[in-house]
Structures are given as structure tokens and as C-alpha cells.
Design a binder for this molecule. Structure first.
Ligand SMILES: Cc1ncc(COP(=O)(O)O)c(C=O)c1O
Length: 407
């Protein structure tokens, strides 16, 4: 595979114009959209407008005048085509962890007599930690985990919720959402999907799959900025049946009547808790706007082509390196894992050369490909750098072994 081939693929890429929608530092190849997406070019002005004009000039009036109070719903509407849901089934609020708590608690309460949350072994830790926290409140609650291939068999009659991460944060293995949701429903359970590594990466049809509940990060492929608020989805048919136990005033039917008793809003708004984070929402809106005019089918097609190309480049140059992601791009998300015992140091050495990926313990080098701004050329150059580091052993230098708090 040659650099010329990579450049020819870039020249033929129907999404190549989207790269200009981002401010990418020169001299860097950024393959870490799965931990923090790049800065949308419009985000600084969008955030400055919120701060200077809205907050600065109109102060408290802005809640009405600039629609701040409805921002969790109006901005969520921009996510609807990305995840295949109706706008009134989506909300932007809180972190993914907090939204998991709200939706899991609601789902468990909606399935009285069932005491199991079924999840996958090796799921992202926060998903499992939130269930462990709920176990302290609901003493007979069981957290059961099964391997990805054994989920259906583990769906016994005592399962209240099946909670799966659609694209695994390490392997990038992609679940068949329609099939697993149908299996959960056959067992009488609700299906809750974590879409943190799926939204803005692969085609999603939450409504078409009959999914009940979903959550996902705003700061990864949606490019919402560090600590961006997360999104949640509740199927419209379920909204009136479910209760938000984090029953804060923003989910109240009439927050400005200051009633002593909680009374939930109709619809998706009841899953709000406290005051929305307006500045952060402004940045996330710029991130969602970077998908303007782009179909998720085109995003998925490019994601699959880019990741296939990267795998081909790495395997051609480094035949000894083990692919730890599914080989078939239909079963994969937007990142690729190669395992190596020196993985941490290799990733640090790559970063020193301006090629940014990340590392997931124990030995996984993770390279995320964002269809809106990554190029085939980036994939080729990154593979060459991996080859060079391994061939020369340059990664073994002591400075690349020093561990930072965030990997
Ligand atoms: C699958 C998955 N779920 C949840 C999270 C954490 O989300 P938050 O920090 O918004 O709670 C992550 C973070 O990487 C993730 O990968």
C-alpha cells in the first residue's frame, strides 16, 4: 500500500470537504476522536456568542430570550438523524454515567419482580460501576455479566434490563442492536444501549430496532468538547411509564411554581434534573452542526473504508502485530486496536511524533478514525510510524514508559 494510493482515496472521498469544518493543529495526525473529538471551527465563535452576547448582554433574560431553557431539547433534535430517533425522544443533559443511573433506575422500577441487570463482561467500567452503586440502594439487585456471544442465553426471566455498549471501547466489536433488543424483549426485559462509541460513527436506528433506552457521550465523535454533556434516549411509548428518581426541578411539570411536591413533566423533559450547562451546550451544538448535510450512511461507509485501509497498511508493514478488533468492518466501530506488550510506550512515542492515539490497559493501542476529518493519508502515515518505531525499537526509550494520569 502506498502513500499515492492513500492520496487517491482522499481525492475520491465524498466527505473530504468536512475536514475544513474543524480546526486541526498543523503537524498533528489526530486519531483520538474516540476520547475527545477535534475542535469544530465554529465552536469558539458559538461559545463566545453565548458568553459575550447572551450571558454578557442579556443576563437572566437569556433563559427566555435565547431559548436557554429549551436547549437540552432543541439541541438534542440535531442528534435525531444521527441516532435514528424522533427529536422528542432525545435529551442532552448531565454525563453519560449520570444518565445511565437515571435510566437504569427507571427501568428496574418498571420491571417489578425482576432483579437482574444483564451486561457484558468487559463493558466500560462506568456502566458496571453505576449498577454497583444501585446495588447499594436496591439490596437484592444482581449484576450479571456474560460474554458477547452468550448474551441471549443469559436472558432469563429475572432480567429487568439488558445493558450493552453497542461498540466496545476496547475491541470496537459492534453488537447487532436489532437482534439483541429483540432477544431482550422476548425475555420481557428492557434494552438499554450505551452509544458512546457509535454515535457519529455508524448508522443507528434506535427506533427501527425497537430500542427502549440509550445514552452516549457528547465529547467523542460528536465533537462537543471536553466534558460535553451526554445524551439520553427514551422511546416515546415508554416515557410516561418511566420515573426519573433524580427528580430535580428541571424535570418538574412547572418548575417556576415552586411546588413542594414533585410532579413530572410530560414527555422526555422529565429526565432532566438540574439547570442545563448552557456554555457546554453551545459547544456541543457546534459539534452536532459539523454533521450538517452529511448522511450517517456516508459516515459509516467512510469509517469502514478508513479502518479497513489502516488495518491493511499496518498488517502489510508489521505482520507480527496482532489485530484485536473484528476483521469484518460490519462488526466494527470507528476505532482499531492492535495489541503489543509495549503498547503504552509505543503510543507515547507516536504522540511524540505528532500522531495521537491512545492506550487501553493492558496492551491495547487504540486508533480512532473520525469520518468527518480523518484522511486516508493519516492512516497511511500512522501505520508507517508504527512500523518505524517497532523496526528501530525507538519506542523502548525510558521517557515513553512514564505513566500519566490520563492515558
Ligand atoms: C462506553 C462508554 N460509556 C461511558 C463513558 C463515560 O461517560 P461519562 O464520562 O460521560 O460519564 C465512556 C467514556 O469513555 C465510554 O467509553
Amino acid at each position: 500500500v502506498t502513500l499515492e494510493e492513500a492520496r487517491a482515496l482522499d481525492a475520491a472521498d465524498p466527505l473530504s470537504h468536512c475536514r475544513d469544518r474543524f480546526r486541526l493543529p498543523s503537524g498533528k495526525i489526530y486519531l483520538d476522536g474516540n476520547s475527545l473529538g477535534a475542535l469544530p471551527a465554529d465552536a469558539p465563535a458559538r461559545v463566545a456568542r453565548t458568553i459575550e452576547q447572551e450571558w454578557g448582554n442579556h443576563l437572566i433574560e437569556s433563559w427566555n430570550r435565547h431559548g436557554w431553557i429549551d436547549a437540552p431539547v432543541t439541541i438534542a433534535a440535531k442528534l435525531a438523524p444521527i441516532v435514528g430517533a424522533r427529536p422528542d425522544e432525545l435529551l442532552i443533559a448531565d454525563s453519560t454515567s449520570v444518565n445511565l443511573f437515571k435510566l437504569l433506575a427507571a427501568a428496574i422500577r418498571a420491571r417489578p419482580g425482576r432483579r437482574v441487570v444483564l451486561s457484558e463482561e468487559g463493558n466500560f467500567p462506568t456502566d458496571l460501576y453505576i449498577v454497583q452503586g444501585l446495588q447499594r440502594l436496591i439490596p437484592d439487585l444482581e449484576l450479571r455479566t456474560a460474554s458477547a456471544d452468550c448474551i441471549d442465553e443469559a436472558l432469563s426471566e429475572d432480567v429487568a434490563v439488558l445493558m450493552l455498549t453497542h461498540v466496545d471501547y476496547r475491541s470496537a466489536r459492534r453488537h447487532d442492536m436489532a437482534a439483541r433488543t429483540a432477544a431482550a424483549h422476548r425475555a420481557g426485559a428492557l434494552a438499554l444501549w450505551d452509544l458512546s462509541h457509535s454515535a457519529g460513527v455508524v448508522e443507528l436506528e434506535l427506533a427501527g430496532c425497537g430500542a427502549d433506552l440509550a445514552v452516549g457521550c457528547g465529547y467523542k465523535y460528536l465533537n462537543g468538547g471536553p466534558g460535553a454533556p451526554s445524551f439520553l434516549f427514551v422511546a416515546s411509548a415508554l416515557q410516561e411509564q418511566l420515573e426519573n428518581v433524580l427528580s430535580g426541578w428541571m424535570g418538574h411539570a412547572a418548575p417556576f411554581e415552586f411546588d413542594a411536591a414533585y410532579r413530572p413533566r410530560d414527555g422526555i423533559g422529565r429526565f432532566l434534573t438540574g439547570t442545563p450547562s448552557i456554555v457546554a451546550l453551545a459547544a456541543l451544538e457546534a459539534g452536532l452542526d459539523s454533521f450538517d448535510g452529511v448522511t450517517v450512511a456516508a459516515v459509516e461507509a467512510k469509517t469502514r473504508a478508513l479502518t479497513d485501509f489502516f488495518i491493511a497498511c499496518v498488517e502489510a508493514r508489521c505482520p507480527g502485530l496482532a489485530l484485536a478488533s473484528p476483521r469484518d468492518s460490519r462488526n466494527r466501530g470507528g476505532h482499531v486496536i492492535f495489541a503489543h506488550p509495549g503498547g503504552y510506550a509505543i503510543v507515547q512515542a507516536l504522540i511524540a511524533r505528532g500522531i495521537v492515539g491512545d492506550f487501553r490497559a493492558p496492551d491495547q493501542m487504540r486508533f480512532g478514525f473520525a469520518a468527518l476529518y480523518n484522511r486516508f493519508e493519516d492512516a497511511w502515515l500512522a501505520a508507517e510510524a508504527v512500523f518505524d518505531l517497532i523496526e528501530t525499537g525507538a519506542w523502548a526509550q525510558p521517557q515513553f514508559h512514564r505513566r500519566s494520569r490520563v492515558t
